[in-house]
Design a protein around this ligand. Structure first.
Ligand SMILES: *Cc1c(COP(=O)(O)O)cnc(C)c1O
Ligand SMILES: [Zn+2]
Length: 408
């Protein structure tokens, strides 16, 4: 059975102007971004039983795609929510949950927004998609576009890891490698969006794309026994994941299905920390010239209007922002693998590194239930293998080795 969509239209986040459900990126009356609206009264009356079926489209009621044939899927969503007692003990936290989004079809949280972006491209009759990417969005949009039978123009950063490049090369119809950081190209590319050369699968404006990531909130709530954790730590590049997750919990509160939305923590890499810096200084958002960070997916120095929206949500709702150095991020990657067996990429564990810092600074209460979004598998990382020196065994030498190891 297909879950019916309760989407009703679009609303400007600045002036409140409303628009019918059509492809539109900004308000006519002011420069504000748009967000989707739903018939939450009706949905509230129906209750959570409207959610049905597997994967991300289980939450089709709160997504803006009406027709089942537009709901392109590769099996995204329903990623595990893992109780992590060993890591909790190490961090001195009462209860630690990890939402591991590395289990998505292309290994990252991006699949949640790619599925709704490409579905929207189909819904609005587009034949071509495009995105500018440091790697993850590119491979994800390429995979979903191909799955939907659409052409995809994928612009990818020259320093993207080899696994990401290989993946895009295989799945995209057109892979174009660019020089310079993401921010340098995005301004020109956004102008081509205006010309309607292709469907906008970028993170800066498209409300339909962003909406897919909202399912993080619905899944965490459902998997946690229909309760919201006290604290959510979300990764932030331009803020799409953060905004969408906040929106999801806000809707759940409006629906009366949770008492209170969780405290939201925005996690950035120190080398791309425009939002956390502005939050800390109580200052307006100022674009930064950035270089390389191991958290490749967080490398945005100019998060634009979404960045401003993220900052506003942090300030309005009493959220917290923080950032972590590359060395701390790589250390968090090892700790997560060693304590809980979860292998995540550097972009994916920046949240954990930031939580470590905020706990040390006593900005987050360790007596709370804390949920950390780990947004990327480690299997897309490019790194030097430490050593490939092997040993040849016969039975006796093998037995001697096993017993000596077990005696330790
Ligand atoms: C893109 C990305 C993010 C977050 O980016 P936002 O634009 O802020 O949503 C987080 N983790 C990974 C792995 C990503 O690829
Ligand atoms: Zn407006």
């Amino acid at each position: 059975m297909t879950v019916e969509s309760y989407a009703t239209g679009l609303r400007c986040i600045e002036c409140g102007a409303t628009y019918p459900l059509a492809y539109r990126l900004e308000c006519d009356k002011c420069p504000g971004l748009l967000e989707l609206t739903y018939d939450l009264d009706e949905l509230g009356r129906r209750g959570p039983a409207v959610f049905d079926g597997p994967g991300l489209w289980r939450y089709g009621a709160v997504l803006p795609i009406a027709r089942p044939e537009h709901r392109v899927t590769l099996g995204e969503g329903q990623s595990p929510l893992l109780d992590c007692p060993r890591l909790a003990t190490l961090l001195g936290v009462k209860r630690l949950l990890i939402k591991f989004d590395g289990s998505n079809p292309t290994g990252t949280v991006k699949d949640r927004s790619s599925t709704t972006a490409v579905a929207a491209a189909l819904q609005f009759g587009y034949r071509v998609t495009s995105v500018v990417s440091s790697g993850n969005a590119g491979s994800s949009i390429a995979a979903y576009s191909t799955r939907a039978g659409l052409r995809s123009l994928i612009f990818v950063y020259e320093r993207a890891s080899a696994p990401k490049m290989l993946h895009i090369g295989a799945a995209a119809t057109d892979l174009i490698i660019y020089k310079g950081v993401y921010d340098d190209l995005i301004g020109h590319w956004d102008r081509l969006v205006e010309e309607k050369a292709f469907f906008d699968c970028g993170a800066s404006r498209n409300a339909f794309k962003q909406e897919g990531k909202k399912t993080l909130a619905y899944e965490i709530w459902e998997q946690n026994g229909f309760r919201a954790p006290d604290v959510i730590v979300a990764p932030v590049a331009v803020g799409e994941t953060f905004i969408a997750t906040s929106r999801g919990f806000r809707e759940l509160a409006q629906l009366g299905w949770i008492d209170k939305a969780p405290l939201m923590v925005a996690a950035q890499a120190t080398r791309a920390n425009a939002i956390s810096r502005a939050w800390r200084d109580g200052a307006p958002l100022k674009p930064l010239k950035i270089g390389y960070t191991v958290a490749e997916g967080l490398a945005s120095g100019n998060p634009g209007k979404k960045g401003e929206w993220t900052l506003r949500l942090l300030r309005q709702n009493g959220g917290i922002a923080g950032d972590a150095e590359d060395e701390e991020i790589l250390e968090a990657q090892k700790i997560l693998a060693r304590t809980e067996g979860i292998w995540a990429g550097p972009t994916g564990v920046a949240t954990l590194a930031v939580l470590g810092r905020l706990l040390a600074k006593k900005q987050v209460d360790p007596a709370r239930t804390i949920c950390v979004i780990i947004s990327e598998t480690g299997l897309k990382t490019e790194a030097e293998v430490p050593s490939r020196q092997g040993t040849a065994f016969d039975y006796d030498s093998l037995r001697a080795l096993v017993h000596s190891r077990l005696a330790q």
